[in-house]
Design a protein around this ligand. Sequence first.
Ligand SMILES: [Zn+2]
Length: 503
Amino acid sequence: MMKLFWGDLHNHCGITYGFGALTNALEAAKGQLDFCAIIGHAMWPDMPERTEDTAFLVDFHNEGFAKLQADWEAIRSKVQEANIPHEFVTFQGYEIHSSEFGDHHVVSPSDELPLVYAASPQQLAEELAPYQVIAVPHHIGYTPGYRGTNWGAFRSDISPIVEVFSKHGCGMSDGSAYPYYHTMGPRDSRNTVFEGLNQGKKFSFAGSTDHHAGYPGSYGDGRVAVWAEEKTRESIWEAIKAGRTYAVTGDKIECQFTLNGACMGSEVEAASDRHLVLDAICADYIDKITVYKNTKPWKVVTGDSIMMETIPSKGSMSRYKIRVEMGWGESKHGYSWEAKASVENGKLLAADSCFRGQSVLAPEPGMSENLDINKLDNRLVEQTGQSLRWTCTTFQNPSTLHPATAAVILEVEGDEASRVVVEANGIKMEFSLAELLTGSRSMHVQPYSSEAILIHRAVPEAAYQVHLEWNDTEKDKDTDVYHAEIRQANHQFAWISPIFVKS
Ligand SMILES: [Zn+2]
């Protein structure tokens, strides 16, 4: 029986040219994830030449690379110590930039992984082969030759997974949500996942934050889901190599996708009758589910159509998801919350956090090291069958379109008379489920420019959980590729890895 585990295989901190202490990064990871790799920037064989214009860029890279080299032994042993089977799993790794082949991070289950230099990601992976490594292409969608991926050089044997979403944006296709707006430039269709699949490349999907201030798993920046036997390095590694992974933006959307019983990442031989099954438990209203065949939409199911087919159950106990989001205000240095949510005349079945770290993507002139930049005390303190207590720190939203809020998601069993009570920083909100099913409710802490709490509209189970089946008898190509995308109403996504059907 496979279990679902959540991780971040690509994130940075102060061990190279990122920010924040390694210890804080590992703490943040443990708070929301089952596994992580901490990645140090290590090399850029074809870095632009140092001129007056490029001096800052070239220097901060070289200083970062040297720092990683100097501390490599110590970093490796801290990462090793944090690996506790069945509690929290770590992997070793580091990153190679490449203008020609695109940036890759190598990930390894070996604590002996040496820091070696190579001219290309492929060459690096070959040199490290005795230690078991994969090289994961990331932010693949950049312009060819400008650190976007290079499908011509792609090899499934060393890259079983590709990072399709991170803080850089989404690399699925040139039409996907979350286009690229980093200083590294725009997204180009030639370097997207769809193009790779159309060229017959075989790989599975992963999300990871590429966080640069030591907050692996930071909500909304990318996470990877893995279907593995157990929470150990060996088991998660086996699952990654087998491609039983998929990408999400942030919400832990639980998905299973099978074809004739074979799971995502599989290669299925000569199937003429193809039975596809998709199960998903989402964290918000489902907006749209698309199953793609050879990167063309093949089946589309909308959230509205799912809801229209459901008869609401009156009076009986049912499940709901309720998101409590906090933040806003104008604190640039952090605002601390102490919060509690309780359920009256109902049960709290499960809870999950959506905590973020402060966001940095690359150093800028004038920035100085701050080891505690993301020591935020974001944590679930206590959970019972009736209530949840948590603490977190939020910041002013960096722009009106970029949230820096925190949230928890409560899964509640109750009926319309059940009540949800939220108490935090001196304010108290109390509503019945019936009322929360009609819409969201917010409240401010202060009279002006204030931090606030938003209890989102309650999501009934029928709107977040789905079981779908289809049959296909048509062979379109020698290898047909099926993958899926789930979009929630809050614009959180899951990109579900392909199943390859050979005939
Ligand atoms: Zn990176």
